[in-house]
Design a binder for this molecule. Sequence first.
Ligand code: NAD
Length: 366
Amino acid sequence: MGIGIAQVAATSGCSVFLYDANSAQTEKSLLNLQKTLGKLAEKQKITIEKSEEIFNKIKFCTELSDLKACDLVIEAIIENKEIKTKVFQNLEEIVSEKCIISSNTSSISITSLSAELKNPERFVGIHFFNPAPLMPLVEIIPGLLTDKKLAREMYTLMENWGKVPVIAKDVPGFIVNRIARPFYGEALRIAEENIATPEQIDDAMKTLGNFKMGPFELMDLIGIDINFSVTKTVYQDYFYDPKYKPSLLQQRMSEAKLLGRKTGKGFYDYSEGAEKKAPEKNEELYQTVFMRIISMLINEAVEAKRLGIANDEDLELAMQKGVNYPKGLLAWGKEIGFENISETLQNLYEEYQEERYRQSPLLRKL
Ligand SMILES: NC(=O)c1ccc[n+]([C@@H]2O[C@H](COP(=O)([O-])OP(=O)(O)OC[C@H]3O[C@@H](n4cnc5c(N)ncnc54)[C@H](O)[C@@H]3O)[C@@H](O)[C@H]2O)c1
């Protein structure tokens, strides 16, 4: 993620200092960036001069102390609270008092990271989506101790970097990784119960919902282990709320190292010559699958609205610009009818008698 963020900053003219504890990684990342910029120039998306200019804006650093002159540090190292905290504490001794310190963490509380600093007010979450140069969304997350003005300043900076920023509360998963959970979780549940196959579920979501990828295709792309780990973190951090309960099927897939594209096999087979099975189309089943997953997603968006995790506009933007949803979920709910979403969830609740299907108290009021 680090090199992607560096590319974004350098493209908008910032001088970037790139540091990784493993300098071989920095070298590899810079080589990859050179290739990416070369391809962009070849496709005439940017001029050769611009590609050189971007590359020359990035300075390869071998010591953390090389970041001394920075006005803003965006940390994108390993997702481990202790390691991140150590780096932030070291940074505090190196950078000026005015320097803003931020983290690209996907799952660690911003408040908990900031609380370990001498000056927590200058700390904020700046969460990019992968690949950072291509995905427009950036979630800005002020923690409880963050200076109130800082989130707005970072919002403007991200706009200047050509991004679509949104401001999110410091809750597990922030906006996107929280609201999107049922896209995977409910799909896994339907497959586990042998109601529909992964191929059918993907096909239903693409044909009825216009999603670019189905849940299983997307999990294979993200990495089944990564997706499983995000789900586990959100579940734990919401004090084991049954809504976010992880799937046993996903755990078994992770254990078997059937992780998706990166291992050549996940829910689909990516080995050479492997043929993708065509799903057996079934209109009624597809409608059931689609309504079940979309109702869970809309319910999450409505609950996020109720809790003020972000304003309506940001909630809608986040899902479209961070994970390519074809529509904002609140608008989608209105289109399908919130009463239909509520009825679908009520039927699931009655069938399974599980908290998983509880409705946001706001859903029936919309
Ligand atoms: N990969 C994604 O899709 C994604 C999306 C959004 C946010 N994030 C977040 O971005 C961060 C990085 O994720 P990634 O996928 O790029 O990880 P990665 O494992 O690919 O890269 C992490 C890098 O950090 C370096 N590193 C480890 N400890 C270090 C230290 N003490 N000091 C300096 N460098 C150190 C490693 O050498 C490695 O190159 C994580 O916090 C992750 O949650 C990742």
